[in-house]
Design a protein. Structure first.
Length: 173
């Protein structure tokens, strides 16, 4: 009888651990009312951090009003960079239009890229926060995330303060 209790106890413990683990994995704020509120049309309280590039070293941070440029072998340069209400509104609309907060950014691929780019997006409003991370190291990035990244690059590249930054003296291979 004792030998029968041990497997049942182990099985019950395993089920409890599995239940707890899956509740953390599936407990996502993506479909919550708070998430819907973050991406309202014309919502000017949108704040975000978008990191990109090798090691996600480039960063646009609207919380701090800064942009950091990866200078590869030299120290990164951080400058003030504020987005206009129009730019924030268009970014909010793009996030909503592409449905980024409801999607997984990558598809597993057998191809490895070196160097690869990493991405990080944190969206915040009224202390409600959504974070997405992806890379193209061993994944194919879904089109919506590539479209969003290119949209943000175009805003950054259009800024005079970005244009005045020096170019890195070296690059990644």
């Amino acid at each position: 009888m004792k030998s029968m209790k041990k497997p049942i106890l182990v099985l019950a413990l395993g089920i409890v651990v599995l239940f707890i683990a899956t509740s953390f994995i599936w407990k996502s704020p993506v479909n919550s009312p708070e998430t819907k509120k973050i991406i309202k049309n014309g919502d000017n309280s949108l704040q975000f951090i978008f990191k990109y590039g090798v090691g996600a070293q480039n960063e646009l941070n609207t919380f701090n009003g800064t942009f950091t440029k990866d200078m590869v072998t030299d120290p990164s340069i951080t400058i003030p960079m504020k987005l206009t209400e129009s730019e924030l509104s268009s970014i909010s609309q793009k996030i909503k239009e592409l449905g980024l907060l409801e999607k997984d950014p990558t598809i597993i691929s057998p191809v490895k890229r070196i160097p690869c780019s990493s991405y990080y997006l944190k969206v915040n409003e009224n202390s409600k926060e959504i974070t997405k991370e992806w890379n193209d190291c061993s994944n194919d990035v879904k089109g919506e995330f590539t479209t969003f990244s290119e949209f943000i690059y175009s805003i950054i590249n259009s800024k005079e303060e970005y244009k005045n930054l020096p170019q890195p003296k070296s690059g990644y291979m």
